[in-house]
Design a protein around this ligand. Structure first.
Ligand code: DAH
Length: 360
């Protein structure tokens, strides 16, 4: 076919026919090729279809020549497209084969396995240690009443912790707050179990959970953190029981060589109140950066349950006594892992979590 043949055609078909080869070469994908196929040889509105219409409408003396030309063009288009389609399909097959080729020497692509957060694991360990001593697990709500969070714990009405600068109160319900410690669980459990106390012969539980304080976020503060509360009520319970229990627990947590000491301290809900130090888990008591050379690190608050707390819950302090303690999970985790910044526990950076043994 030469250029003079094309003169017989409507001008736009002539132009399309002249550029067919170039357009065919430009089709890099099967999708593009299918669009080209539609334009040139599609059943309706294609150039080939219009060519047939032009042929029908052509004057008699042109029909022969135009018919031959139309056939020739249509065949050329169909064949060109078919050839290109085979070539593109072959390329696609090769790509797919290359992508699925297995190299048996490579390690298999393992999916990332989820794991418990390091704080959760420490909390579980702590709870497990006390569970082995017969302490059951209690939980309380994170939204608490002032009565549970303060009154029932013998915290006076003018205590600074009650102020809205330290505690989150609910705007719509000013009598409700986000608990500032896990100690309100003491009040709930004591009140609930008071009627069965004699039949049970006592109470022992641990209560892990989230607590909230109006602190700005910095390396050692967070407005939300975790505590584990513990409590035991029985007859004739004294400091010796507190000390023995905590010594056992700290050795289970930090190793059998761990020593503890109790220093007098003040918490309104215990009397006497104490702070518990453990021999530094990192240097074993010799003195290092973590224990600031003293050999001891402060770990938790504890004491003998204040008679007012028992009384508030409807328990006779003349008959029953007990001990309580409360420990900060983040603080403990930071100490054992020498993590200098609390925020690392909340940022979910997998590199950190992996270092903590939280991910496999
Ligand atoms: N609730 C105290 C706090 O958040 C910790 C605490 C101290 C809990 C002494 C106790 C305790 O049960 O006996 O700082």
């Amino acid at each position: 076919m030469d250029a003079s043949d094309l003169k017989l055609l409507p001008p736009d078909i002539a132009e399309a026919a002249a550029t067919f080869e170039a357009q065919l070469d430009a089709c890099g994908t099967l999708d593009a090729l299918m669009r080209l196929k539609g334009t040139f040889t599609g059943r309706e509105h294609s150039l080939a279809a219009r060519l047939m219409e032009a042929l029908k409408a052509a004057p008699k003396e042109q029909k022969r020549e135009l018919g031959a030309l139309a056939n020739q063009l249509k065949n050329a288009w169909e064949e060109g497209i078919k050839g290109r389609q085979e070539a593109l399909e072959a390329v696609k097959r090769d790509h797919a084969a290359a992508a699925s080729r297995v190299d048996p020497d490579l390690p298999p692509p393992m999916p990332l396995r989820g794991a418990l957060h390091p704080l959760q694991r420490l909390q579980d360990r702590l709870v497990g240690i006390f569970a082995a001593l017969g302490f059951h697990i209690e939980e309380g709500p994170e939204i608490e009443t002032e009565a549970h969070n303060f009154d029932g714990l013998n915290i006076p009405g003018d205590h600074p912790a009650r102020g809205s600068s330290d505690t989150f109160y609910l705007e719509q319900h000013p009598d409700l707050l986000l608990r500032t410690h896990t100690s309100p669980v003491q009040v709930r459990v004591l009140r609930r179990l008071a009627p069965e106390l004699e039949a049970r012969g006592g109470i022992r539980f641990v209560a892990p959970g989230r607590v909230y304080r109006k602190d700005d976020i910095d390396p050692t503060h967070s407005p939300m953190f975790h505590q584990v509360e513990g409590m035991l009520v029985g007859k004739g319970i004294g400091m010796q029981h507190l000390k023995g229990t905590l010594e056992y627990a700290m050795r289970a947590l930090f190793g059998p060589a761990t020593a503890i000491r109790l220093r007098p301290s003040y918490f309104p809900f215990v009397e006497p109140g104490a702070e518990l130090d453990v021999s530094c888990p990192l240097c074993g008591g010799k003195g290092c950066r973590v224990c600031k050379g003293s050999g001891w690190v402060e770990l938790l608050g504890a004491g003998l349950i204040h008679p007012n707390v028992l009384h508030y819950a409807g328990i006779d302090p003349e008959v029953w006594s007990g001990f309580a303690f409360g420990l900060g999970v983040e603080r403990t985790a930071m100490m054992v892992s020498q993590t200098p910044d609390l925020r690392l526990f909340f940022e979910n950076d997998q590199r950190f979590i992996r270092q903590m043994g939280g991910l496999d």
